[in-house]
Design a protein around this ligand. Structure first.
Ligand code: NAP
Ligand code: GDD
Length: 383
């Protein structure tokens, strides 16, 4: 008999990759999905099995982290061997707009899961993974950040996640639960939500190159992040729950890069060179050159003439609307513990991540460019 896992946040980036990974390992995966007015299952549609199919490997349940009784009922029905609590209001900037909801879902939501496991008498059976975050380090107290680095959260999101972190540790110590935190540094992919900076960049760069958008507006270009690929990071989640003893692990690449350099790398994927000048809100990025051969290979000859006209044009500007009231300027993780104890090492480095995201977004933009030619209105949401 394969194991049974319950994933909260299954419709999100990590939930989708983790569900696929566990199903391949022979798990039956139950996912918690919020009710929405449209289907919101794009990321897991390739795994979907209808309710009338036999021996389903993926089963979805309506639920919400703010609803205790619903969580308890789902856990009671599913009797999971493993719970991966990935659901969260996960956008740092949005958490300044919705602080109370964020505290409820991301902080108390974690308590609801742990307490349900305890009340249902499942502390021996059910292992719990909590999606903790490098945002806990916030105003960093040490470089690089490791498991023992003191936390200094800088947003309502990070403060809520701080509660989630410590209540997980507390349930482990108080009730002997196999409950662990993965302190994951930023991880991205073609499935990344469109308003996180990497995906915002790779989508916009693809659109600019293919004449579907003029300019990319960003906030703090000097912020530094330790970016990995989500596919590698869900593997770490699984490994954390396979250990005999529960513990907390930093999952990171150990390399940090500025947002500005991520922009340059994304344009460079298509053979476009960007040069930045100016400072703060006046900083601009202009196309300084084009490698025509590379552009044709990656974007297609049919877009070359328009792309050549981009040379000398301003394609990146700063809009202070994207600044945060309190910012996390630098994150860089020390993954020694996870490498040593979990045997975890990432397969993707940053260039491979950028390549994967750009390949996927160029493909999508090309489809949209064709639809636009046929007269369809293709919206560019600026967020
Ligand atoms: P994501 O793409 O934003 O997905 C979040 C998921 O949570 C979605 O399925 C969302 O459902 C669900 N959700 C939100 N509020 C909920 C609620 N009240 N009840 C039930 N479900 C709810 O996030 P992600 O990038 O996959 O991240 C997964 C987890 O890891 C999150 O907890 C995040 O905070 C944490 N984390 C992420 C990173 C990273 O770099 N990606 C790093 C460290 C930690 P809808 O689809 O309905 O919105
Ligand atoms: N989103 C966004 N949009 N960020 C921008 C922009 C912009 O236009 N311009 C600059 N940035 C900067 C942000 O100020 C931040 O310093 C950095 O880019 C990364 O922002 P996000 O991609 O939104 O991610 P995050 O680091 O705030 O949070 C993500 O990673 C955390 C782990 O460290 C989320 O996935 C969190 O859920 C996760 O916990």
């Amino acid at each position: 008999m394969g194991k049974t896992a319950l994933i909260t946040g299954i419709t999100g980036q990590d939930g989708a990759y983790l569900a696929e990974y566990l199903i391949k390992k022979g798990y039956t995966v139950h996912g918690m999905k919020r009710r929405s007015s449209l289907f919101n299952t794009d990321r897991i549609d390739h795994l979907y099995q209808g309710p009338h199919e036999k021996e389903r490997k993926l089963i979805l349940h309506y639920g919400d982290l703010t609803d205790s009784m619903n969580i308890t009922r789902i856990i009671q029905e599913v009797q999971p061997d493993e719970i991966y609590n990935l659901a969260a209001m996960s956008h740092v900037k949005v958490s300044f707009d919705t602080p109370e909801y964020t505290a409820n879902a991301d902080g108390i939501g974690t308590l609801r899961i742990l307490e349900s496991v305890r009340l249902l008498g499942l502390t021996e059976k059910t292992r719990v993974y909590q999606a903790s975050t490098s945002e806990l380090y916030g105003l960093v107290q040490e470089i690089p950040q490791k498991e023992t680095t003191p936390f200094y959260p800088r947003s309502p999101y990070a403060v809520a996640k701080l509660y989630g972190y410590w209540i997980t540790v507390n349930y482990r110590e108080a009730y002997g639960m196999h409950a662990s935190n993965g302190i994951l540094f930023n991880h991205e992919s073609p499935l990344r939500g469109e308003t996180f900076v990497t995906r915002k960049i790779t989508r916009a760069v693809s659109r600019i190159a293919l004449s579907m958008q003029d300019k990319l507006f960003l906030g703090n270009l000097s912020a530094q992040r330790d970016w990995g690929h989500a596919k590698d990071y869900v593997r770490a989640m699984y490994l954390i729950l396979q250990q005999d003893k529960p513990s907390d692990y930093v999952i990171a690449t150990g390399i940090t890069t500025t947002v500005r350099d991520f922009v340059k790398m994304s344009f460079a994927e298509l053979g476009l060179e960007v040069a930045f000048s100016g400072e703060g809100v006046n900083e601009k990025g202009k196309i300084a050159g084009i490698n025509e051969k590379l552009f044709i290979e990656k974007a297609g000859a049919e877009y070359l003439e328009n792309a050549k006209m981009l040379v000398g044009k301003e394609v990146v500007a700063v809009d202070k609307a994207y600044f945060r009231p309190t910012e996390v300027e630098l994150l860089i993780g020390d993954p020694t513990k996870s490498r040593t104890l979990l045997g975890w090492t990432p397969e993707y480095d940053l260039p491979a991540l950028v390549k994967d995201m750009m390949r996927s977004d160029v493909k999508e933009v090309k489809k949209n460019a064709l639809l636009q030619k046929e007269g369809y209105r293709i919206l560019n949401y600026f967020e």
